[in-house]
Design a binder for this molecule. Structure first.
Ligand SMILES: [Fe+2]
Length: 246
């Protein structure tokens, strides 16, 4: 079964309407059974092999989160053929990955530290094709009752909004809009424009945790990117001093 023959993958609307919705809102949510199953397995693995190894050493826990992003099963999730199909349908003609898989762990424990990035856009931390997209999954149900993501629908059309560069990304100047808290079940796939303003929704009353994963896609056919020599903001660096610190 794939996105072309799973009847409710697009929530009951046609692919054409789905593409139009993406263009208007800057995001869509896709429900694919095979991805939901893969995510269920990943969540079990996360709890059994990674979260179980958490201690009160925050750096160690964050390293575990990074190692989770490097799990073969996590890589496989983003290699699902339907992701490429959907990204192409939504306007990335020749998709290439942009940067590594990123984990987003939200909780009130020492590792999550109740942290949520304020409204930001992802594009400045990519600096690549302007039609690039972000694919995002949560291992847990995300919504107003738990932790989630808040978006400002339609504001991707305004391009880069005023903001400032911080160590954690390009943070927008204060916006007095509440935004839309996304309701996304575990394993459903969010695809959003790299220009869609979004932020983490941290529910102060929720005692559970949210673990989400994202990966970005660039478009090799984008002319403006070609003019800029296909550069992107990611690089590979090796900490050659690490072993000396042991
Ligand atoms: Fe982001």
């Amino acid at each position: 079964m794939s996105v072309v023959d799973e009847p409710d993958a697009l929530r009951g609307i046609s692919m054409r309407e789905f593409v139009a919705k993406f263009q208007t809102d800057g995001f869509v949510i896709v429900k694919l059974q095979s991805l939901i199953q893969q995510t269920t397995v990943l969540r079990e693995q996360f709890e059994a092999s990674f979260q179980r190894r958490f201690t009160d050493d925050v750096n160690r826990n964050r390293n575990l989160l990074k190692r989770f992003a490097e799990l073969p099963g996590t890589a496989r999730l983003f290699l699902h053929p339907d992701i490429e199909i959907m990204v192409r349908e939504l306007g990335v003609v020749e998709p290439v990955f942009c940067g590594p898989i990123v984990t987003h762990y939200t909780s009130h424990d020492v590792t999550g530290n109740s942290f949520g990035l304020p409204f930001h856009q992802d594009w400045p931390s990519m600096g690549s094709s302007r039609n690039s997209m972000v694919v995002w999954f949560s291992l847990t149900d995300a919504g107003a009752d738990s932790h989630s993501l808040v978006v400002l629908p339609g504001r991707h059309m305004e391009g880069l909004l005023p903001g400032r560069h911080t160590e954690r990304g390009y943070v927008l100047d204060p916006i007095d809009k509440v935004g839309e808290i996304l309701q996304i079940r575990a394993g459903e796939m969010l695809i959003m424009s790299a220009f869609l303003p979004h932020k983490t929704f941290v529910n102060p009353h929720y005692e559970g945790w949210k673990m989400s994963l994202s990966r970005r896609f660039d478009d090799l056919s984008n002319r403006e990117w070609a003019d800029r020599g296909f550069a992107n903001a990611y690089g590979t660096s090796v900490d050659r001093e690490l072993y000396r610190s042991w």
